[in-house]
Ligand binder design. Structure first.
Ligand SMILES: Cc1ncc(C[n+]2csc(CCOP(=O)(O)OP(=O)(O)O)c2C)c(N)n1
Length: 644
């Protein structure tokens, strides 16, 4: 791929109106320019490449036929919206994609009226579109509403809830099913097989008519009657879109999704049909950029890469890698261990597990709630299920965790990946609520490792614990500590004192422990005596340790990569309140009551003050506000730090 290109047609498009004056030849050239612009930018900024490349013609056709922003276009997940951004006045800003202060990688209402609904999690588009359609009807407005949803996202239960409701409301709504046979990995499940049958259905349709015709010719009335019934039955199995027709939709498809003229004609015709309709469009993920077409899974979401060769950077060893390898190791000794992912075999590392234990691995599709209740059933039936889900997607599963797992105190392990601030994916993907929503549920054990060796130990601890347990670990590279050959479980609720001290106790959880150790070093240079506790458990807390350190230091500074509301620091405060512990002041470092936008992960940590700089600054302020907490602090203050 050449690096520089003159985007002659694209540069002249300031809004979708400008598209409508172009002919098919120019629209086809525009598709090439969009692809080039997307590959070029994503190769620098990282992002979701293959999905966006797959919908270039679809996006052009939708904006050509419909009149956004009056018409409402809602992208499911929204990771495929780059061409949409480029055609809706954001070409100039596109180089800022996923950068701090720049364009979001997902639809975002703050960027203007063309992004009418924020997305990032799968399966929301049909429900949201139906809400828009109903609002339009209630307000007696007149515009169209279109949801674009992938075959992967269609496996989400929420998508079916929307589909089901829309089918009964009979309002004007168009669902575009973008079928590329892929979720991030190959799509799974019966729906995916159904769609495949539709796509390859021409063969069956031909077969059906030949068969029925043959029956008519050779048979009399009775057999003809039978053949009619048979035809109906066959139709149910093989008529394209019968499933959607039964849901109350007019089904149109399957349609080749890279033929602009064909797409335009189809949308123009379907636009005029009243009621709910579903257009089934068949696309190729990664279309037009060979490396992404060949390795659609690897190019789903990428870090910066070399655009001419398509060479992806070598990934650093991550917490996810260590999790997957440890699970394989533990599964060797315990054949009750099974692993479950909700459409993220690569992201959670479980694809490695699947290679070793294919019969003990389950990809359930984008169905986090089902994954959890399925795990509950497995546990109730005597297995040791490990459910690996990103923190942000586990948000969906609160009720299943409470009602289906914790209420029965079942042995389900939750491996909560991408916990904490995640970087460029931004607000929709931050994993910053899990400590809060997990620790409030009875029976749940909640832990977070300070490094990858502790992750190994916590995974063993969780699986051996005869009830529900969650361990959460961050996105990105592990610390790089050596791994022991024998994995030792950790006693439940046991913290680790990493450094003793008497002026202030920094009590940190998970990935904030390393930064806290660094902050302690700096505070020591200031002359303070600083204790550092690796809390390990958010629930149950190591009450004895916290009480002892609180009594000794008088000041407790809690640190977490989670929202402050209801998080780890709150747990410590609740402990102090419930035990009526005297003479202890607590200050909490964590994420304030905001949604943290996209930026790189390091920068995000710095912005909310959970890195070493931030922890040091808060500790200094805390110490300065409490100079008389204990005698040692008093001596230190008067001796060396009058300015604090
Ligand atoms: C609730 C939820 N679970 C998991 C994900 C992670 N995820 C992002 S895109 C994607 C696959 C979507 O597949 P599809 O809808 O077919 O779109 P495609 O990328 O194939 O165009 C997944 C699993 C998510 N965004 N939301």
């Amino acid at each position: 791929m050449e690096n520089d290109r003159n985007y002659e047609i694209l540069s002249a498009i300031n809004s979708p109106k400008d598209l409508k004056t172009l002919d098919i030849k120019d629209l086809t050239i525009l598709a090439g320019e969009l692809r080039h612009r997307i590959v070029n930018t994503v190769s620098k900024n990282g992002g979701h490449l293959a999905s966006s490349l797959g919908v270039v013609e679809l996006t052009i056709a939708l904006h050509y036929v419909f009149d956004c922003p009056d018409d409402k276009l809602i992208w499911d997940v929204g990771h495929q919206c780059y061409a949409h951004k480029l055609l809706t006045g954001r070409n100039d800003l596109f180089p800022t994609l996923r950068k701090e202060g720049g364009l979001s990688g997902f639809p975002n209402r703050n960027e203007g009226p063309y992004d009418c609904f924020n997305t990032g999690h799968a399966g929301t588009s049909i429900s949201a579109a139906l809400g828009f359609a109903q609002a339009r009807d209630s307000l007696k407005e007149d515009h169209r509403v279109i949801a674009v949803i992938g075959d992967g996202s269609m496996t989400a239960g929420l998508a079916f809830e929307g589909l089901n409701h829309a089918g009964s409301l009979h309002t004007n709504l168009m669902v575009v099913l973008n079928d590329n046979k892929m979720s991030i990995s190959h799509n799974v499940g019966a729906l995916s097989q159904h769609l495949n049958r539709i796509i390859t259905g021409k063969r069956y349709v031909k077969l059906r008519s030949e068969f029925v015709q043959a029956l008519h010719t050779v048979a009399g009335d009775q057999v003809a009657q039978f053949s009619k019934r048979l035809e109906e039955a066959i139709k149910g199995v093989i008529m394209p879109g019968r499933l959607f027709e039964d849901f109350g939709y007019k089904y149109v498809g399957p349609i080749e999704g890279h033929e602009i003229s064909y797409l335009i004609e189809t949308f123009q015709a379907v636009r005029e049909i009243e009621g709910p309709k579903l257009v089934h469009v068949v696309t190729t993920k990664g279309k037009g950029y060979q490396p992404a077409e060949e390795k659609a899974q690897s190019f789903h979401g990428v870090s910066p890469f070399h655009p001419s060769t398509g060479d992806l950077p070598q990934a650093k060893r991550t917490y996810t890698d260590v999790f997957a390898e440890t699970l394989i190791e533990l599964a060797g000794d315990d054949d009750k261990i099974v692993a479950i992912t909700a459409a993220m075999p690569e992201g959670t590392g479980l694809s490695k597990f699947a290679k070793v234990y294919p019969d003990r691995f389950f990809d359930v599709g984008i169905a986090e709630q089902h994954a959890t209740t399925f795990a509950a059933g497995l546990a109730a039936g005597g297995m040791h299920p490990v459910v690996a889900i990103y923190s942000t997607f586990l948000q969906r599963v609160f009720d299943q965790i409470a009602h289906d797992v914790c209420l029965m105190n079942l042995n389900v392990t939750f491996a909560v990946d991408r916990a904490g601030l995640v970087g460029e994916d931004g607000a929709t993907h931050q994993g910053v609520f899990d400590l809060t929503y997990l620790r409030c549920i009875p029976n749940m054990v909640v832990m977070a490792p300070k490094d990858e060796e502790e992750l190994r130990r916590m995974l063993k601890t969780a699986i051996e614990h005869p009830g529900p347990a969650a361990l959460r670990y961050p996105r990105g590279g592990a610390v790089g500590v050596p791994l022991s050959s024998k994995i030792e479980a950790i006693p439940i609720g046991k913290a680790e004192l990493l450094a003793d001290g008497s002026d202030i106790a920094i009590v940190a959880i998970g990935n904030t422990v390393q930064a806290s150790l660094e902050a302690a070093q700096r505070l020591k240079k200031d002359g303070f005596s600083v204790a550092v506790v690796n809390a390990r458990f958010v629930k149950p807390l190591d009450e004895a340790m916290i009480e002892a350190m609180g009594k000794k230091c008088g000041l407790i500074l809690t640190v977490e990569d989670n929202v402050l509301a209801g998080g780890f620091g709150s747990a410590v405060m609740e402990l102090i309140e419930s035990k009526g512990l005297p003479h202890m002041a607590v200050r909490r470092v964590g994420i304030p009551d905001i949604f943290v936008d996209h930026a790189d992960q390091k920068r995000q940590r710095s912005l909310v003050g959970i890195d070493a700089d931030g922890i040091t600054a808060t500790a200094r302020e805390f110490l300065s506000q409490n100079p008389l907490r204990n005698s040692h602090a008093q001596t230190t203050q008067t001796a060396g730090h009058p300015s604090l």
